[in-house]
Write a protein that binds this ligand. Structure first.
Ligand SMILES: NC(=O)c1ccc[n+]([C@@H]2O[C@H](COP(=O)([O-])OP(=O)(O)OC[C@H]3O[C@@H](n4cnc5c(N)ncnc54)[C@H](O)[C@@H]3O)[C@@H](O)[C@H]2O)c1
Length: 255
């Protein structure tokens, strides 16, 4: 039986921003930090969904605040992060989690499907990082985690846009890690495999069954599996790890 209890890290006094955290993996990540005493910032597109997510966290006695912002819009991000800094003084952890899929075979892929996936997944990661690193560089501390995907490592038919965006995130992670290392900022990526969320609930059963057969641990992962690694990779315990992409995928990718 899988143990779902979040390991007890202590993030008290730390401000943690998680993008795309009104639901799914992002919400599990926000919840894990909140449970470890962090002040957690839920950033997502829809006001009502952000409010609901924050309410769920606050009802458990956690400290959480919500912001509506689109990761593709640098000006909305600038005011969001400025407001967090003005009210809470620091951003200690940034989790770039917001992401979308728009699958199609390459020949049929519309320009909008290509552009929007690159825009949210890759540009969004960059815009948030660029805004937040200003503050982390001044603080001379901080940890950034990018949620990539195993598809960015191994590719997938029908997901050229998504694979390119997530492969880009893996390369971007290394560049940022090199650029920021001397300033006390670490940057890593997590590559989830096949995790039970709304994103994967849209997949046909046949695709799900085929995936399950290819996973050595023979099951899909849960959002908390990703959240637990986030805690480890942003805690002092992992202070010698930077520029890495770690798969959480039941053994799907092994190189
Ligand atoms: N579920 C999986 O199996 C899986 C596997 C590998 C990687 N991932 C990655 O994990 C991350 C989370 O995936 P999920 O399964 O929880 O997806 P999800 O669709 O359930 O949640 C994504 C969240 O991101 C938000 N979002 C989308 N576009 C945004 C934007 N422009 N600005 C701000 N927020 C935005 C959505 O509103 C939503 O709340 C994504 O980056 C995804 O690519 C997921």
């Amino acid at each position: 039986m899988m143990k779902e209890v979040t390991m007890k890290f202590d993030f008290s006094g730390k401000n943690v921003v998680v993008t795309g955290s009104a639901r799914g993996i992002g919400f599990a990540i926000a919840g894990a930090y909140a449970a470890c005493q962090a002040t957690t910032f839920v950033l997502d597109l829809n006001q009502e969904q952000v409010n609901q997510a924050v309410e769920k966290l606050c009802n458990q006695g956690y400290k959480a605040f919500g912001y509506v912002a689109n990761v593709t819009d640098p000006s909305s991000l600038e005011s969001t992060f400025k407001d967090i800094i003005e009210k809470h003084q620091s951003i200690d952890v940034l989790i770039n989690n917001a992401g979308i899929t728009k699958d199609n075979l390459l020949l049929r892929m519309k320009s909008e499907e290509w552009q929007s996936v690159l825009s949210v997944n890759l540009n969004g990661t960059h815009f948030c990082t660029q805004q937040v690193c200003k503050y982390m560089l001044k603080q001379r501390s901080g940890v950034i985690l990018n949620i990539a995907s195993v598809i960015g490592m191994m590719g997938n038919a029908g997901q050229a846009n998504y694979a390119a965006s997530k492969g880009g995130i893996i390369a971007y992670t290394k560049a940022c890690a090199k650029e920021f290392a001397s300033r006390g900022i670490r940057v890593n990526a997590i590559a989830p495999g096949f995790i039970e969320t709304e994103m994967t609930s849209r997949l046909p059963q046949e695709v799900v069954d085929n995936y399950a057969k290819a996973i050595p641990l023979a099951r899909m992962g849960k959002p908390i599996d990703i959240a637990n690694l986030c805690l480890f990779l942003t805690d002092e315990i992992s202070s010698y790890i930077t520029g890495q992409t770690i798969a959480v995928d039941g053994g799907l990718t092994m190189y």
